[in-house]
Design a protein around this ligand. Structure first.
Ligand code: FMN
Ligand code: SF4
Length: 476
């Protein structure tokens, strides 16, 4: 298996950047990273964001449990000034796994406790939490809902890789029902209701999730759906537009409205048996069922609609945007450039730096389209201890306003604290992008129907959980 991250020095990384012909500025002194910024009228103390990272560790009724508290408290004590709380379902049938958090009235006191404890940890280490924002990502898992896929459109390509029942080998077929217009209208209402609850419980911002091909993300690409939620750009953005406008109108002075948005969906990949790397599936051209994607060449981005869309969302009152891409289920190298693939993935078909660069380019295009809105960038973890060098480089040239750290924050939640104390990352603590956390996410063979996830190489608790998952795994 080829190793990509072999750099001994920053210059080694610079050399690869040059060889690959990409543009990733690397700086050596970190100033901009620690410059405060205004987000929706609130002061945020530095530029680091803990990305939404599900731990799949809630109770069966969707409350945070022991490991959820531990994870959030570690984020709180780590020093990033935005904690972007993980995917939290707006309806029971919209949960992606049996232990996903659920935004319902009954769970509010536990969620309140989660915020309280996270803030307390932050105050204990940094003295004050006045410049810390904590938000929550509201999700409808759509075709990835654990009870059964709830699909927005028949996608000729993605249907073929969507499981209805994985154990029995059943996938979505052309006669599988799509969500009706009435059902989608109810999703809009549920999103608004969940935002009300998020405001009530004290989150600083709410993310109307539109990424990774969950329901609202799939709708953006629903060119093949008939009726008021499909076809035209106007129709495809209808559900999110209505929800966002209603949330801003009703709650705009109580909670900041944010969104995590796919800039590019791309197409599925697979691992051919006789080849060393993953390959894209063949798709009809023009391929119309992907957002931000060139229909004639779906391996390339077409950011014209995402750019139009972020401009409109800024007008409606969205005040924070987090740019992501791809689907963790069918093209994980797009969203999470990796050294080793997830258990259900394939060997990376490209140098991971090309994936990092794709993220940075898409984020730059979005940030430049809405210079007044702080935009969070994604895809930094593959850079390991050189992450802050790229963060500073991108911040200085204004390609991005905030630096999102995903897997890197599971492995190394106190990276900001270490930077503040030692001036750099501790390379023994970084994420090495070997994807065990995704393997745990996919492990569902315990009595709760879901193993919790975290960093196996860097956190002993998860090394034990992983061993247990392997030991008890059903034989194929
Ligand atoms: C275990 C795990 C859980 C994740 N949970 C979420 C989530 O709840 N919501 C979301 O938008 N993205 C989620 N992601 C994606 C990350 O937020 C992030 O976009 C991705 O890991 C790429 O960023 P990175 O290179 O910093 O890791 C998850 C990723 C992993 C590996
Ligand atoms: S298991 Fe840890 S090291 Fe591996 S990708 Fe996940 S966070 Fe990174």
């Amino acid at each position: 298996m080829r190793k990509y991250f072999t750099y001994k020095t920053l210059d080694d990384l610079r050399e690869d950047i040059k060889q690959l012909g990409v543009h990733i500025p690397l700086e050596e002194h970190f100033e901009k990273c620690f410059e405060p910024i205004q987000v929706g009228g609130r002061r945020v103390g530095n530029r680091f964001v803990i990305q939404p990272m599900e731990g799949c560790d809630g109770t069966l009724d969707g409350k945070p449990d022991v490991l959820t508290f531990r994870r959030w408290e570690r984020f709180g004590a780590g020093g990033a000034k935005i904690i972007w709380g993980e995917a939290t379902a707006i309806l029971d049938e919209a949960r992606a796994n049996t232990r996903q958090l659920l935004m319902i009235e009954e769970n509010l006191s536990a969620l309140e406790e989660l915020i309280r404890r996270t803030r307390a940890q932050h105050r204990a280490v940094f003295g004050s939490d006045d410049d810390l924002l904590i938000g929550i990502q509201l999700t409808h898992s759509g075709r990835y809902s654990v009870q059964r896929p709830l699909i927005a459109q028949h996608d000729p390509v993605v249907d073929g890789v969507t499981w209805v029942d994985k154990k029995r080998g059943i996938r979505v077929t052309p006669d599988y029902p799509t969500l009706s217009d009435d059902e989608l209208k109810r999703v809009e209402d549920a999103m608004v209701q969940a935002a009300r609850l998020a405001a009530k419980v004290g989150f600083d911002f709410v993310d109307v999730k539109q990424c990774h091909r969950y329901l609202l993300s799939e709708l953006l690409a629903a060119r093949l759906r008939p009726g008021p939620y499909g076809g035209s750009y106007e129709n495809r953005t209808r559900l999110a537009r209505n929800a966002i406008r209603r949330i801003v109108e009703e709650l705009g002075d109580q909670i900041i409205v944010a969104t995590r948005l796919n800039a590019y969906d791309g197409i599925p990949y697979y691992q051919p048996e006789d080849e060393p790397i993953g390959r894209p599936v063949s798709v009809p051209r023009p391929y119309l069922a992907a957002w931000g994607t060139d229909p004639e060449n779906p391996l390339e981005m077409d950011l014209s609609e995402p750019i139009q869309y972020v401009r409109e969302m800024a007008e409606w009152g969205v005040r924070l945007i987090n740019v992501s891409m791809g689907s963790p289920y069918y093209n994980p190298h797009i969203g999470r450039p990796f050294e080793r693939p997830p258990i259900d993935g394939y060997q990376t078909p490209e140098h991971p730096l090309l994936g990092v660069d794709r993220h940075f380019r898409a984020t730059e295009a979005i940030q430049r389209a809405v210079p007044e809105i702080p935009v969070v960038g994604t895809g930094y973890s593959w850079l390991q201890h050189y992450l802050p060098h790229a963060a500073e480089g991108n911040l200085r040239v204004g390609r991005v306003s905030l630096i999102g750290v995903g897997r890197g924050s599971l492995a190394y939640p106190d990276f900001v604290k270490d930077m503040m104390e030692g001036g750099e990352f501790d390379r023994r603590k970084v994420c090495v992008t070997v994807s065990y956390c995704t393997a745990l996410m996919r492990a569902k063979h315990n009595e709760l129907g879901q193993f919790p996830t975290g960093c196996v190489p860097r956190d002993r608790i998860y090394a034990e959980i992983y061993k247990e998952a392997l030991r008890t795994a059903p034989k194929e």
